[in-house]
Design a protein around this ligand. Sequence first.
Ligand code: ATP
Ligand code: ZN
Length: 285
Amino acid sequence: MEKIKVAIQKSGRLSEQSIGLLKEAGISLTNGERRLVSLASNFPLEILYLRDDDIPQYVADNVADIGIVGENVILEKDYPVDTILKLGFGKCRLSLAIPKTEEYASASYFNGKKIATSYPGILKKFLDSKSIDAEIHVISGSVEIAPGIGLADAIFDIVSSGSTLISNGLKEVEVVAGSEAVIIANDQMTPAKKKILEKLLFRIKAVQAAKSNKYILLNAPNENLDSIIATIPGMKSPTVMPLAEPGWSSVHSVLKENEFWEIIDKLKDLGAQGILVIPIEKMIV
Ligand code: ATP
Ligand code: ZN
């Protein structure tokens, strides 16, 4: 039977959440994790564990059908793959940083400077777009130590918290691109594989929707029921049921995680009581 081959990072910052995502989508992996290959027991899917840098090429070459990788990796080279879904984890940015004692006014600072990076493609595009003439020095790891040892004047690298920069006496001066983990796909999948992919994406989207929403239950005094309902921007309209106690109703709905605190305050002001906010496991929208 046809199955879809998914390339994920073997071991690194994206591995755990990539496997976690597939598990939340209901996919059970047999014969242990972190081998070269593992097979799902309840879904037509096989996982290939690879170095993250190799994933786009494997997908482009049809060895894998889809892959989970950071946008930074696919931005670096033009691979013939489609980015089909952002996953919301592995968030970071690609930034230029210079020694913290340097004065910095604008990107023209980099004219005539030597910049160390593992991302020459993205950096060159940025420099060209600003007509800056700088020397790009490609190194594959520990980019952040380059200025300290006199190898370069500046670096262009992945930043997440910025603590690595600080501990190397550097400051971030330009954010060139943002990045997060994404699903990429070969652009010539067979119809049978496309069908499997659609099924997988449907599940993943349900997991994502559930994560960004909460289920809310509350007791509302009937005189404020209309205002309370207007405050809750639910999926469709909230469920309202009478409570045993006269003059009160129970209201059930779904809230976006990010609008949660603001709405809770308004609901309290309108006399809502017994407010319960509950995580949702899966949400089919
Ligand atoms: P591999 O052995 O697979 O080549 P790696 O060392 O190149 O691993 P990791 O450091 O595990 O890669 O990072 C994988 C991805 O995680 C990066 O390409 C990037 O998309 C993302 N990421 C998120 N935050 C950070 C960070 N602070 N530093 C590095 N990568 C990060
Ligand atoms: Zn890598």
